[in-house]
Design a protein around this ligand. Structure first.
Ligand code: MF3
Ligand code: CO
Length: 253
């Protein structure tokens, strides 16, 4: 079922999103050689709880963390651990929270210290995929316009679009209808309406798109072990530019 959010509900999603934006900005600042993903996870949990919110990933289908921390060829759902990050790695961080009953979900990929040009380009193009998709996310357009925007930009660079995981509607639940694939055909699919709230999240591999789940039952890696980047925001559809909800101009409270 697709739910349209009214102004009062959007306001709650704005507040959840602003907090998540501040948390992720703080995590991004901390990413450097030597830090562990467990330390990032603990920091995220503290920032979220101190602000009176709850981490949405913890306990979701038994997930143990506040963030997903997925280095290098790991696509998503990396469980935070005690291994120090090394210069030259890339790290995808995905996090979600619930504030006053409303959810926000966002992810980014960052370099650990200095990285190769190839890695930096993958991160940049994945973010571009998101912004091109967001430009299509307006009333009257269709889900397929979002999907195609991601796919054509990624494939133009010879990258693979992960197909096994998609973006999604979001609201009082982390995952609501509709599903928002990162590949598809322009002009197809559900018509977008003002008040829909979506998590748009391109996951882009430098190589082929096929992936497998690791033995821990969570981590997802590219089969060819090519690097992967992820970029996600929670947005609200309007009759013009989408409102990017999971972003903050302010530092963490
Ligand atoms: N943030 C992911 C998504 O975008 C979900 C995380 S799964 C969890 O759909 F188990 F870690 F919560
Ligand atoms: Co998501």
């Amino acid at each position: 079922m697709i739910t349209l959010k009214n102004e009062r509900q959007l306001d709650k999603m704005r507040r959840a999103g602003a907090l998540l934006g501040a948390v992720l900005a703080e995590l991004k600042r901390r990413i450097e050689p030597g830090i562990t993903t467990k330390a990032l996870d603990e920091l995220a949990e503290r920032l979220i709880r101190d602000a009176g919110a709850q981490p949405s990933f913890q306990g979701y289908r038994g997930y143990p963390g506040t963030i997903c921390a997925s280095p290098d060829d790991m696509v998503i759902h990396g469980i935070p651990d005690e291994k120090p990050l090394k210069e030259g790695q890339i790290l995808s961080v995905d996090c979600g929270l619930i504030l006053d009953g409303w959810q926000s979900d966002s992810a980014f990929t960052a370099p650990v210290g200095k990285v190769s040009q190839e890695a930096a380009q993958l991160i940049r193009v994945t973010e571009e995929c998101f912004w091109l998709a967001a430009a299509q996310a307006k009333e009257g357009n269709r889900i397929g316009d979002i999907s195609w925007a991601v796919q054509q930009h990624a494939e133009t660079h010879g990258y693979g679009v992960i197909r096994d995981y998609t973006g999604h509607g979001i609201g009082t639940q982390m995952h609501e209808d509709p599903s928002v694939p990162n590949f598809g055909r322009a002009g197809r699919g559900l018509r977008l309406r003002a008040g829909m709230t979506l998590a748009i999240e391109p996951m882009i591999a430098a190589g082929a798109w096929q992936v497998s789940t690791m033995h821990d039952g969570w981590g997802v890696v590219t089969n060819d072990h090519s690097l992967c980047a992820h970029y996600e925001h929670t947005i609200a559809i309007t009759d013009g530019e989408p409102e990017i909800l999971s972003r903050s101009e302010e530092a963490c409270p």
